[in-house]
Design a protein around this ligand. Structure first.
Ligand SMILES: Cc1cc2nc3c(=O)[nH]c(=O)nc-3n(C[C@H](O)[C@H](O)[C@H](O)COP(=O)(O)O)c2cc1C
Ligand code: SF4
Length: 598
């Protein structure tokens, strides 16, 4: 698999491009094919892709640089990425499994071993938080890692055992559904919701969706019916439906389960939306970390085409034409933000757009586009089948229906819990077997960190909104380490477009590192507060606007976490000036008082 000589490579590059292009014209798809075949995307490959797609070389180059799953220099034939999430991360079991694996395979993290066999690195949460520590090897997830498994993985790599011969059970991913409600109890059989929609008519189905009170499950909670209505009424040559399956918020994995076991409901919801807004093309944007779900999802799509639920004249309705293409992301959390996702679909870096205009009027290729979360589409299919009253009968006044939660962390039964909106945090904690809980992070790192006194608060748009993640932290956890982890996540995932977020998240990360290592002062605490507010207020998109939440929340609710680590001085610089002079002292063989700063 190592790249052969240059002439052959260019020829091979073009063969791979042509083959990939025959399946999909999307830039990400073609780059994936090259990455998989050659383990990197060379400058020659960039040039050939640009020429093939009629794009500027600079655009293709910048896309390769933007996404963390593309490499300009070859990664290993075994490319191993360990999650650094607080729930499925490599430190989850108390041992540093990343260091252990690197040590056994003689690899420096982030670098490819000289013989090209293996590369090991860390990556943001891979959505396996109900499965313990987890990694991806060539895109395939292995979970429930421990020291023993790490040793066996190292042996299998060293002996160059093909992945197909690794223990099959290692790759098994469970749904771990512990509480089922409206969406998970009964499935939507392929075609049932579509037939109900066709019997009622698109306009009346839209009214049902509006009356159901369904609000987006991706976090922001905008009325789904109104979104569809605005898009239906928007002028444009072509309308599009996009399913946001980027699910990158650490601690969130409910879309993984819906796609794995309820794909028909999701795809049916997209098809109903297409009929309502008049779209003929849909995209499912699947996060790169879930690439292993691709063959199964493609099979479901193919089956639906055979059943005449996709394609031309769906269910023999003349002019009802719609199909769905799956585009796989490449390791960028920001692509979950809907306008960044659309940029990515268009073959660009995932940089959020200015809004307004919103995607409902100016989305994919500038055309009216509905972007909804996986769970939102599944709920829409159920509503089309069972009616708005059925949905409204559950939940609260402003938050109708149910919410699927991804529960992880210090509890006996991490996994999927579906509750009517209005459920209290305490109820969830009781059900998942969480004892001696110190704090709960609701909605992932961009959400809210709440302490014991607030466990009677209720999940819902009136009180505690959430995209679905609930991370439980027991008394034994070092909460400051968790906040540091979140700060590193945001600094790493900032797309770099706007200064408050690009610089601010890095400064917050550095400041927290300083405090956590025992060098912080009151000055640093004040700086965290000031910088946190600045990043929150001045950033361009939701990532920056929420990145400081864990720090600001914990400064307010858990100030002792910081205070107990402060150094006993009013100010200590980030930079150790005297330490920096050490090399000069050694070279000049001086260690007298005058060679030190006072
Ligand atoms: C940084 C960032 C990441 C996001 N990630 C996701 C995601 O992974 N999945 C999702 O559905 N929405 C995500 N969103 C919200 C989307 O921008 C958008 O609101 C949502 O897809 C709309 O669908 P809904 O109305 O069904 O919730 C994210 C937003 C931000 C700011
Ligand atoms: S806030 Fe952060 S992620 Fe959003 S546009 Fe600015 S730099 Fe990019």
């Amino acid at each position: 698999m190592s790249p052969p000589n240059r002439t052959v490579t260019v020829k091979q590059v073009n063969t791979v491009i042509a083959d990939a292009y025959s399946h999909s014209h999307h830039l990400l798809h073609i780059l994936y094919a090259l990455q998989q075949r050659f383990l990197h995307i060379s400058h020659d490959a960039v040039r050939e892709v640009a020429s093939h797609l009629g794009l500027p070389i600079s655009q293709v180059e910048s896309v390769v640089e933007f996404y963390s799953f593309f490499h300009k220099i070859p990664c290993g034939r075994y490319n191993i990425l360990l999650s650094n999430c607080t729930s499925c991360g490599y430190k989850a079991g108390g041992e540093n499994l990343l260091h252990m694996l690197c040590h056994r395979l003689h690899v420096v993290a982030g670098k490819t071993r000289a013989d090209g066999l293996v590369s090991i690195d860390e990556t943001s949460c891979i959505g396996m938080c109900d499965h313990g520590a987890a990694l991806l090897v060539n895109g395939m997830p292995i979970t429930r890692l421990d020291a023993g498994k790490i040793t066996r993985i190292a042996d299998l790599v060293e002996t160059e055992t093909p992945l197909a011969d690794w223990p099959a059970g290692w790759f098994r991913i469970d749904d771990n559904i512990h509480v089922s409600g409206l969406l998970l109890k009964d499935d939507v059989a392929a075609g049932d919701a579509l037939r109900a929609m066709l019997a009622l008519g698109a306009a009346d189905t839209l009214s049902e969706i509006i009356q159901s009170g369904l609000r987006g499950r991706g976090g922001a909670g905008f009325s789904t019916g109104m979104k569809w209505k605005f898009c239906r009424e928007a002028r444009g040559d072509t309308h599009y439906v996009v399913c946001n399956a980027d699910e990158g918020e650490p601690g969130t994995f409910k879309d993984r389960v819906l796609l794995h076991s309820h794909a028909n409901a999701v795809l049916e919801g997209m098809t109903i939306c297409a009929s309502v807004i008049g779209a003929e093309q849909g995209f499912l944007y699947l996060r790169g970390e879930y690439r292993y779900l691709l063959p199964q999802l493609q099979a479901v799509l193919e089956h639906r085409r055979e059943l005449c639920l996709l394609g031309n004249n769906i269910l023999s309705h003349p002019g009802f034409n719609f199909d769905i293409e799956i585009i796989v992301g490449a390791g960028a959390y920001i692509c979950g933000e809907e306008s960044a996702l659309i940029e990515s679909l268009e073959g660009k870096r995932g940089v959020p757009r200015n809004r307004p205009p919103f995607p409902v009027t100016h989305g994919y290729l500038g055309q009216p586009t509905v972007v909804n979360n996986v769970e939102t589409f599944a709920a829409a299919a159920h509503i089309a089948l069972r009616g708005s009253a059925w949905f409204r009968a559950v939940g609260t006044e402003k938050s109708s229906g149910s919410k699927i939660l991804s529960v992880s962390g210090d509890c006996a039964a991490p996994g999927i819990y579906e509750y009517p909106f209005g459920v209290s945090i305490q109820q969830v904690l009781d059900d998942c077997g969480a004892k001696d809980v110190q704090a709960v992070q609701v909605g992932g790192p961009s959400g809210m960190l709440i302490n014991q006194e607030k466990f009677n608060r209720k999940l819902g748009f009136e009180d505690l909104p959430t995209g679905g993640s609930l991370m439980v932290f027991g008394q034994g956890r070092d909460l400051l380490a968790i906040i540091v982890n979140f700060a590193h996540f945001f600094a790493h995932e900032s797309c770099g477009f706007c200064t408050p977020c690009r610089v601010g998240t890095a400064l917050l990360k550095n400041g927290l590192d300083k405090i956590a290592s025992g060098h912080g002062t009151q000055y640093d605490m004040d700086e965290m507060q000031r910088m946190g507010m600045l990043v929150k207020r001045r950033s361009h998109c939701g990532l920056g606007q929420t990145a400081a939440n864990p720090i600001l929340d914990s400064l307010q609710r858990f100030p002792h976490l910081f205070e107990q680590r402060l150094a006993h001085s009013n100010f200590e610089p980030y930079f150790n000036l005297d330490g920096a002079l050490e090399e000069a002292r050694q070279v000049t063989h001086r260690d007298d008082a005058a060679a030190h700063l006072k």
